[in-house]
Design a protein around this ligand. Sequence first.
Ligand SMILES: C[S@@+](CC[C@H](N)C(=O)[O-])C[C@H]1O[C@@H](n2cnc3c(N)ncnc32)[C@H](O)[C@@H]1O
Length: 326
Amino acid sequence: MTVLPASPIERLRVLADAMRLRILLLLERGELSVGELARSLGTSQSRVSNHLRLLREAHVLRERHEGRSTLLSLAIVDDPLAARLWEALREDVARQPEAAADLERRERVLDERRGKDGDFFDAVAGRWDKIGTDFATGVARERALGALLPRGMVVADLGCGTGWVSRSLCGLVSRLVCVDRSARMLEVAASKMPPLGAGVAVEYRRGELDQLPIETGELDAAVCAMVLHHLEDLHPSLSEMRRALRAGGALCIVELAPHKEAWMKDAQGDLRLGIEPRDLVEALRRAGFEDIALESPNDLYRPRRDDGTRAELPLYLVRCRKPARD
Ligand SMILES: C[S@@+](CC[C@H](N)C(=O)[O-])C[C@H]1O[C@@H](n2cnc3c(N)ncnc32)[C@H](O)[C@@H]1O
């Protein structure tokens, strides 16, 4: 059924009522449910509903449904005649003593509405991380972090292994280069990579850290997590990382602090039992990095020993830059 617009005379008649003008003044400030509107006017829903029916028929109200609530707002802006009429009336309406009381009550009604939301989240705060993880892939909020980074970043995960770091990075950058010496590790990393968003590319390149399969200056940034303790000599690999970064490019390394778990040499292929942070900082300086900062993330590596107990090995993180003027 086509709804015919109310005639100008009908609209004038509808607007010629103090209560209906108070309603318009309240709804002009934002959406209210019928109940909230009635409370703002200090009256009952039944008394308001007849006025609402007439205002609806005059097409000056907009309705939006949210769950079981109907939210009302002013539709006057869509109608030039009603907009002109309202413009001529609204100042006078706002000056009426009832209007000030209405607006004060409206504030209290909105406070209650906010209070209800507050109580809801207070009640579920302990469970929210379970309720709030009902996302299909979870990438939407992760992408928000990527949106903070400059567009078009090319980043490498050096010694990517099965792609634990790569999986977090792939939504944040436009091109991700995964490098590892193990073909099988690269295959597993590729098989675990989540679907990529538009404008994101991931490349898998087999190669050695001391002879990176990366063009000089190709990278904006690189990460190298839990890899350096597999190397005999740090310098050739750190020099290669510097070469692969553009001037000013960032490098971040995650490493194990020195430890005594000698069994890890056989069990995990480690060549060194961790690396002294000061030695790594010095090696980075020698390789030509600057702005070197050492951090202790609140984390431990906890590999399981043969007897079922777990080692608790402190990790650290070093970030640095290739000089901007190289
Ligand atoms: C302990 S895993 C770490 C994987 C990943 N970065 C992570 O944090 O989960 C070490 C990885 O470094 C790779 N790797 C070790 N030495 C390497 C080298 N010289 N060149 C390239 N990759 C190397 C290994 O093949 C392995 O996949």
